[in-house]
Design a protein around this ligand. Sequence first.
Ligand SMILES: CC(C)(COP(=O)(O)OP(=O)(O)OC[C@H]1O[C@@H](n2cnc3c(N)ncnc32)[C@H](O)[C@@H]1OP(=O)(O)O)[C@@H](O)C(=O)NCCC(=O)NCCS
Length: 187
Amino acid sequence: MVKPALPIETERLRLRPYAAADVPDLYALESHPEVHRYLYSEPRDLTQVAERASERTDWVAFHAEGDQLALVVELKETREVIGSVLLHWVSQTHRQGEIGYTLHPDHHGKGYASEAAAPLLKVGFEDLGLHRVVGRLDGRNTASAKVLEKLGMRREAHLVQNEFVKGEWTDEVVYALLASEWSGASS
Ligand SMILES: CC(C)(COP(=O)(O)OP(=O)(O)OC[C@H]1O[C@@H](n2cnc3c(N)ncnc32)[C@H](O)[C@@H]1OP(=O)(O)O)[C@@H](O)C(=O)NCCC(=O)NCCS
């Protein structure tokens, strides 16, 4: 079992396990239509948010491929939960992982997503021993592409209309980073 040391502190943020008390902040995040614009998901109601938070409370360790580390992103200064991050252990054989992140629109454009996602690369490469970590996004999600570029990830693929999402054909863009390319000292 791989259990990263938690919470993870960055300059402005604290990444920690989900807790029942986070539901109001998570509802503000997950019910917001803008958050889901380029995701497969739809805005969630309070019951869905509470169920999801409860399910994720113990997503704090990796036992087998398929497991995910799911953490809320808390603003240190105010203790408000402004987002969430995820590291998915996609394959043991291929030592692959995938990162994901969401931030409340009130807090976009301040560099929080890249600040929150950087430690996930460290967990993936150092704790989990991954060889390659990817980030996948809708081709129109420019903000997310910038986050991955700030993390030093490489734009590897642009798949044209490979998915039918929310009633339309959409492009998928894939970013990736190898352990050998990762400059961990800065994370
Ligand atoms: C993607 C997301 C996490 C970015 O969060 P963030 O905290 O604003 O990200 P950062 O501040 O670290 O960087 C975002 C960059 O994109 C830019 N940006 C923000 N919105 C943009 C837009 N609509 N079009 C173009 N660029 C945009 C910002 O100016 C910033 O660029 P800069 O570093 O050159 O100034 C946030 O937009 C979000 O939560 N979106 C909804 C969920 C989502 O799509 N998650 C990603 C799934 S792949």
